[in-house]
Structure formats: structure tokens, C-alpha cells
Design a protein around this ligand. Structure first.
Ligand SMILES: Cc1cc2nc3c(=O)[nH]c(=O)nc-3n(C[C@H](O)[C@H](O)[C@H](O)COP(=O)(O)OP(=O)(O)OC[C@H]3O[C@@H](n4cnc5c(N)ncnc54)[C@H](O)[C@@H]3O)c2cc1C
Length: 343
């Protein structure tokens, strides 16, 4: 008789793990603090190895049925500098978290998984047999900055590329196509503690005179989809340094500019399926399962995190708005190198 596994956090990592375990017949319970479906702060752009994991977990077809679209082209803008519109080396997937999370929940339950939504588990409940998939660890400030994210959906937006990334001194905002003919407008912002500001929509619209502002001039925003998140920590962490069994953002958060956080959530979930199944069947003990998951996650993500942090630094550096920035944005070599290294 297999032992029941508990997953705390029913986001992408927790749900993908739950589905993988149920596919192997492992009794699994997920505890989720929030409800479904709901809007989440996310660029809703799945890029990298995550799509292959979704395929292996038989989820890709379900997401296509839920309306997922392929995102083929991208362009970056910073002040008067910009890249050409480029084909992505591999197409990404565009699907709202509202639909994505709901599809995964449905599949987990269809496979016989037990879900308790609307219930927050206490911090002292992470003993043997419990996986932490509870997302990012909140941090008020980092390197003296307060980081926050905003997201909304909009219609009536004309884009030059399927994904446009608009970079300015204290933020970057991605505007990309998703399902239902909508675009996702999502940004990462930084401010000094105590600094007050505009409303969320004004932040997302960009400064008057900017290309972002012009792009969104006729946009119809879906107010119900607006959401925000603060206290983000973007400093890389190693899974092996953590005493609990962690997957997804609970291990570490990759800078959102890479569009790779969801992929890492799926990849870490897949890494965890086999060791946890073996633990549940009594073939290995908890420490062995936890250590093998942590080792595999660190090996898979270390280089990607290093390059993602360099890319994040570049996004906020004034260099992008100089003549050197113009050359960097236009260089296919730089683009291909950074794209490959951050996923
Ligand atoms: C501004 C911004 C833009 C982004 N854009 C992209 C993008 O375009 N592409 C991309 O791939 N990634 C993007 N990401 C990152 C991506 O959203 C995350 O990496 C991904 O959601 C991580 O999944 P997760 O399951 O680890 O965490 P989450 O999706 O955050 O799920 C964690 C879940 O745990 C629950 N929870 C927490 N504590 C408890 C508790 N004690 N008890 C029960 N439940 C609990 C929470 O309610 C939550 O539902 C972006 C992030 C930000 C901030």
C-alpha cells in the first residue's frame, strides 16, 4: 500500500506534481490557500523545456483544447532602441493562468487526486511526506528595492510581434498574445520603499510618449483580470540549502523577463515524480527522496539562473538605452546566446 503524499500549494508546480503522481497511482492530497479559477500575476508565456514536460504528462493537448496559442515572434524596446522582430528559436505557449490552472485542477481531480482549496496550511506542517510547492518566498526589499508585479488582460491592442518587451529605467512590461484574442500586459517594477505612485493601470500603460503608452492607447482593459503581487525575491537560491522538499518558485524564482518560471515549475515537478513515488512505495526514505530532488533541480537550473540574473541586470541598466544597447538589441548572436542560456 503506497503512502499518501501531501503537496502544499496548488499552483503550477503542485498541480503538475499531483498529476504526475496520480498517473502513477500514488495517493496525493493538495492543499491550496486560494480558489479556482483565478487570475494570477504572470506573463502567461510558457517558454523553454516546460512544454516538453507538459507533453510527457499528457497535458499539452488539454491546454490546446483550453485555447492555448503558439507565440512565434518577439521584439524588445528600450527608449529609442529596439531589436528587430525575431522568430523565437522555439515557439512559446500563450494561455491565461485562469484557464491553465483550472485545466490542471480538473485533470488532477479526474485522476482521483484529493484537493482542498481555500485552506492555508500552517508553516509548521512540512514534515516527512509533505512537499512545499507554495510559490515565492516573500521578501519586503532586496538590494534596497521593493519589487512588485502587475498584470491585466486587454483587447484592441495592435502588436508588431507576438511578444513585445518594453524596458525602461525601473520596470519592464511584456505585452503578448494569449488565448481568446486577448493580450496579457504584465510587468515587473521596482521602487524605493515608501515611494508612492500611480495606479496599477497607469504603471502598466507606461509613461506618456513611450512606445508602450502608444501601443496601449486604444486598449480595452479587462478590470476583472487585474492583479498585483509584491515582496518578490529575485535572489537565486539552491534547493540543496533548504531543509524541506521544495519545487517551483518555493526553490527559487527566476527573473520574469526570461518567461521561464512556469517552465521551471513544471520541470521541477517532473523531477520530483519518480523519487516521491519511490518514497511512497517504501523503496527509499524521505531524506533520500528530498536530496535527490534537490540535487537534480540544482543541476538543471544553476546555469540558467546565473544567466537570467545577468539578463535581469542588463534590463535595468542604462546601457540598453545607449548606442551600445542599440548594438546589443540588434545582435542575433547576443539574442540567440541569451535565449538559449536562460532556458
Ligand atoms: C511579474 C511576473 C511575471 C511573470 N511572467 C512569467 C511568464 O511570462 N512566464 C513564466 O514562465 N513565468 C512567469 N512568471 C513566473 C511564474 O508565474 C512562476 O514561476 C510560477 O507561477 C511558479 O509556479 P509555482 O507553482 O511554483 O508557484 P505559484 O503558481 O505561485 O503557486 C503557489 C501556490 O501555493 C499556494 N500557497 C502558498 N502558501 C500556501 C500554504 N501555506 N497553504 C496552501 N497553499 C499555499 C498559493 O496560493 C499558490 O496558489 C512571472 C512572475 C512574475 C512575478
Amino acid at each position: 500500500m503506497a503512502e499518501t503524499l501531501t503537496i502544499v500549494g496548488g499552483g503550477l508546480a503542485g498541480l503538475a506534481l499531483g498529476i504526475g503522481l496520480r498517473q502513477r497511482g500514488i495517493p496525493t492530497v493538495i492543499w491550496e490557500a486560494g480558489g479556482y479559477p483565478r487570475h494570477r500575476v504572470c506573463g502567461e508565456f510558457i517558454s523553454g523545456n516546460g512544454a516538453a514536460v507538459l507533453e510527457r504528462l499528457d497535458l499539452l493537448k488539454l491546454l490546446e483544447d483550453a485555447g492555448a496559442i503558439r507565440v512565434h515572434t518577439a521584439a524588445f524596446y528600450s527608449g529609442s532602441n529596439h531589436s528587430p522582430v525575431r522568430n523565437l528559436p522555439a515557439a512559446a505557449i500563450g494561455l491565461s493562468r485562469y484557464s491553465l490552472d483550472a485545466t490542471l485542477v480538473h485533470e488532477f481531480q479526474r485522476l482521483g487526486g484529493e484537493l482542498h482549496a481555500g485552506t492555508r496550511r500552517p508553516e509548521n506542517s512540512f514534515g516527512e511526506g509533505t512537499v512545499r510547492a507554495s510559490g515565492r518566498r516573500a521578501q519586503t526589499t532586496e538590494y534596497g528595492w521593493r519589487w512588485f508585479g502587475l498584470k491585466t488582460h486587454a483587447t484592441n491592442v495592435d502588436l508588431a510581434a507576438d511578444l513585445e518587451m518594453h524596458v525602461s529605467a525601473d520596470n519592464y512590461v511584456g505585452v503578448n498574445r494569449i488565448n481568446g484574442g486577448q493580450v496579457n500586459v504584465c510587468g515587473l517594477f521596482r521602487g524605493r520603499p515608501g515611494q508612492s505612485g500611480e495606479s496599477g493601470f497607469e504603471f502598466l500603460r507606461g509613461k506618456p510618449g513611450s512606445l508602450l503608452h502608444a501601443r496601449l492607447a486604444s486598449a480595452c482593459f479587462d478590470e476583472h483580470s487585474f492583479c498585483s503581487v509584491a515582496g518578490l525575491s529575485l535572489k537565486p537560491q539552491r534547493a540543496a540549502d533548504q531543509s524541506e522538499c521544495c519545487i517551483g518558485d518555493a526553490v527559487t524564482m527566476i527573473p520574469p523577463v526570461t518567461g521561464n518560471g512556469m517552465s521551471m515549475a513544471f520541470e521541477s515537478a517532473e523531477i520530483a515524480i519518480e523519487p516521491l513515488s519511490r518514497y511512497s512505495r517504501g523503496e527509499i526514505n524521505w531524506a533520500e527522496a528530498r536530496e535527490s530532488i534537490a540535487r537534480a533541480c540544482d543541476t538543471a537550473f544553476a546555469e540558467r539562473l546565473t544567466w537570467a540574473h545577468r539578463l535581469q541586470w542588463l534590463m535595468f541598466s542604462p546601457v540598453l538605452r545607449t548606442p551600445l544597447g542599440k548594438t546589443l538589441l540588434r545582435s542575433d548572436t547576443v539574442w540567440n546566446f541569451l535565449f538559449t542560456k536562460t532556458r
